[in-house]
Structures are given as C-alpha cells and as structure tokens.
Design a protein around this ligand. Structure first.
Ligand code: PXL
Length: 297
C-alpha cells in the first residue's frame, strides 16, 4: 500500500477525536494491578492514556513481603504544574491507589484545571474483605471521603463503601434493600454514578450494582462466581468500565463488558493454576475487549 492509500483508509477519522485519559495510580513493578493493568486496557481500547504515578513499588502490598515503596507525593506538584503549563486536556481523569492522603488534594486541584465535561472517575482503593490495605489508616479514609464528593463516578467494593460511609462492614450475602441503601447514601456524598462491586444477589453469582442518581435507578449486572480471590481484579474491572465509557458505551453496557471480561480473565488464571497474588490474565481477554468495543476490522 502506498502512502496515499493509507491516508485514504483513515479518512473517516477526520474531525474525530481520540479520547484521552489521565491515570492517577501507583506503579507496582510485579503483580498486575493499578498502572500495569489500567494502561494496557485503555490502550487496547484506543484511548490515549497518560500516567501520573502516585508511588513506585517493587510489588503490590497484597500477599508479598518486603516490598519497596517510593511515595511520589513530593514530585506531583511540579509534575502537574508542567502539564498545566503545556495545557494538556483530558476527557477523563481516572484515579486509584494513592501514595498518601495528601495526594487527594493534589488530584482535586488537578481536576479543577480541566474542562467541566471531563469525567472524574474515582476508584476509592482502600481495602477489601473488611480491612484496609497495609499502610492505610483513617487519614486515607478521610481524604478519600472528601475526594468522592468531587467525583462523577465511583467504584467502591463493600469494604470501601462502608469506610466511606463510616458504617460497620457487613459480610456477604447482601440483600437488594441493603445495596440500594448503600449506593444512594454514597451518591448523596456527590457522585452521580455509583458502581458497587463484588455484589451477587443470588448464591453463586457476583457482579456489580450500578446506580444512576439522576434516574434514581439501580441495575444489577452479574455473572458466575468463580472460586478464589485474585489480586488486581478491582483494577481490571474499573479499567474495563472506563474503556467502555470512553468508547461511547452506555454505563450499563460498559459494566456488562467489565463484569464478563473480568470473569473470563479469572477463569483463564484458575485453569492455569496461577497464584492469586500474581494477578489475573487480563491480557488474554484484550482481543474480546476490542471486539466488544467494535474495533476489530
Ligand atoms: O489493586 C489495588 C492495589 C493497587 N496498588 C497497590 C496495592 C493494591 C492492593 O493491595 O497494594 C500498591
């Protein structure tokens, strides 16, 4: 193919815009989570992803001992001042694991430099199974509670939802009534959309409750519950939801794709008998993501 025909091939892109997201997460060198998951998923979805690393670790903190942890809080003001000077604009700002509570304020100030339509997509990463992740304390809970007041959409699990609301953590299973109450209380703090993760209304099912406060509607999107608990699945799920939204999918469809593909990644990992702390084979489901987003040629 000569140059001219390639230009012709892509002529349909004229006057279209490649969606662009800023990813505010840690970089854990080993143990697929945060940036090492968000970046490939969004890239596969055709989204231009820029990274704001909150911390650099040798591994994530769930299931490994002796990891290194470099908090990048001190670097962030100059890092973001440089971006501001260059005038970069994003269609979405996606935050996850913060290196310190102070980073919530830095992030909030960064979001304020963006256009009003920028989607502020917050995964309030703090804990799971009723406990905070190592190194996090009440200061992080307070910072995250304030941060979600500015978010458009949040994706907590039940541990994080309970911490954000300052209520005791309840063990599953959850009644529909309890889930409805939690998502409404979270939306009252600020975000229009609340996606509560790890929710299965029936035995053997898991998925997410999706609440749109403007419509005051809760949708339950579920799949088969697979055995075990694998690290980084929350980050895989959130990144898949954002990938769908940034490709113009309605929220419930984006969550349907995320629920299905997270389960597929877990199933591949189970069959290969991989250790839970090493994360899931999300790489193997990227072709399905591309197909479901309508990008395959
Ligand atoms: O997947 C959440 C996460 C992200 N980043 C780091 C973590 C965790 C959960 O343990 O340790 C560093």
């Amino acid at each position: 193919m000569n140059k001219k025909s390639l230009i012709e091939k892509y002529q349909y892109l004229e006057n279209t815009h490649q969606p662009r997201a800023a990813l505010f997460h840690d970089l854990s060198g080993f143990g697929k989570c945060s940036l090492t998951v968000a970046l490939p998923i969004l890239s596969a979805a055709g989204v231009e992803a820029s990274c704001i690393p909150t911390a650099v670790l040798s591994t994530h903190t769930g299931g490994f001992e002796g990891y290194t942890f470099r908090d990048l809080t001190e670097d962030l003001p100059a890092f973001l001042a440089h971006w501001k000077e260059l005038g970069f604009e994003f269609d979405a700002v996606y935050s996850g694991y913060l290196g310190s509570p102070e980073q919530a304020e830095i992030l909030e100030a960064f979001v304020e430099t963006q256009k009003p339509e920028t989607l502020f997509f917050v995964d309030p990463v703090m804990g799971d199974f009723g406990s905070l992740y190592p190194g996090f304390d009440d200061g992080m809970v307070r910072a995250m509670r304030k941060l979600i007041g500015k978010a458009d959409l949040i994706l907590p699990n039940m541990t994080e939802a309970s911490l954000l609301l300052g209520i005791p953590y309840q063990e599953p299973p959850y009644s529909e009534e309890y889930v409805n109450k939690i998502v409404r209380e979270l939306a009252a703090v600020g975000p229009q959309f609340v996606i509560l993760t790890g929710i299965g209304l029936e035995e053997g099912q898991t998925g997410a409750a999706v609440y749109d406060s403007a419509a005051d509607q809760v949708d339950f999107i579920e799949t088969e519950q697979l055995p075990g608990s694998f690290h980084g699945t929350g980050d895989v799920f959130s990144s898949l939801v954002l990938a769908g939204l940034m490709n113009g999918k309605p929220l419930t469809e984006a969550v349907r794709i995320a629920v299905d593909l997270t389960a597929e990644a877990i199933a591949r990992t189970i069959v290969r008998k991989r250790p839970a702390r090493e994360g899931v084979d999300f790489e193997g489901v990227l072709p399905q993501l591309i197909e479901r987003l309508g990008h395959s040629e």
